[in-house]
Ligand binder design. Sequence first.
Ligand SMILES: Cc1ncc(COP(=O)(O)O)c(C=O)c1O
Length: 458
Amino acid sequence: MPDLPDLFAMPGLSRGAPKQGFPIKEMSPPVAYQVVHDELLLDGVSRINLATFCTTWIDDHARRLMAESLDKNIVDKDEYPQTAELERRAARMVADLWHAPNPATAPGTSTIGSSEAAMLGGLAAKFRWRHNGGTGTPNFVCGPVQVCWEKFARYFDVEIRQIPLRGDRLTMHPDDVAAHCDERTIMVVPTFGQTFTGLFEDVAGISKALDQLQHSSGLDIPIHVDAASGGFLAPFTAPELVWDFRLPRVKSINASGHKTGLAPLGCGWAIWREAADLPASLIFDVDYLGGSMATFNLNFSRPGGQAITQYYDFIRLGRTGYRRVQSEIYRVAQYLARRLADLGPFELINDGNPHRGITAVSWRLREGQRYNLYDLSDRLRTRGWLIAAYPLPADREDETIMRAVIRHGFTVDMADLLLADIGRCLGQLDKHALTLTKAEAGGFTHDATPAVPDSKMR
Ligand SMILES: Cc1ncc(COP(=O)(O)O)c(C=O)c1O
């Protein structure tokens, strides 16, 4: 046996990793692996990252399916017809879950996430509006939305009309909608499980307000529901809540398979009520078993494993299993909310009631504390917890809130560990007040400040 040096004494690990120009020399795979693996030690631990909405736990069978489909490109329908078939079945199942009038013919597709699905829904609304004779710059009306809608507005030249928050109204209120609509409004976008607070917007109330608007003005404005997180919760835990295709005005819905859908990262769904709601000009054909198959996506190549694994989740759990899993995360969210309220300084906004919102527990700080929520977020990072603190959207930027997204795999025991750490941090902050700003605390939220302000882009 040749005398092999220890891994950490090999060339490659005795100097820093290449970081700037394209590397000149090769590295052996174990060395290169170790370099990358070790650098990633500095990333946060995803299971205790309560800022993310996305899947951070999947079972071993899902992992196996993901590994087995690593080489499958979902766009190659002809080469991987069964992947195409599983995607199609899963889309039909989602259409069924959301009460499409005819799930077998409702158009739907997997996407890379809710952002792509939202853009497709928005584009379909824009094309329908133009097809019906709409001219000028189109607009859409919404409450506080995730940044994907600001992207949609900017990338596709559509005006976003975000209804400002008023007082304690932290969601888009049906009473405020009509005043923001006109003949150039291509859709109203309620969020079913708001990013900021986790609260559901009242889709049925908004639909009714639009019925009244149609009655009084003749404007027939469709709804696209952003159900990124709510779309795979309410059907199981609040089935009597009417927010989906049961409302005739709802023409399209997006949701993230990779959030409450329990699929691995990289899976979203866009579903339309019926074929007429997805304009033909958005559809392209790709080869499929000697024939052709319709696709409507922004990207061409995409990994196939996510849709495959989503199908596995659907058949593995079924309605009964999803109800069990989702009820459990609501139970943990309610437990966390109750215990947070008991601590004293917090006032809950979303307490994990399945009829009011998703399992994103959110809270504000009562007046008179020596610290703010950015301080708490910063302190909690020292124990590995990532919990977002951020200001509310316009016109309530004066208020800072905090949110912990409870997901599959987060247990009561983990909630206890978190609560103990929060208690400890509050004790420290009471003694050594900090009062950081949002920028100083860093961290991660789902809002995003554009690199170039809108005013300068135009
Ligand atoms: C309401 C809402 N819509 C859209 C998105 C974007 O989803 P994705 O990250 O799947 O693109 C999010 C992400 O958190 C969200 O909360």
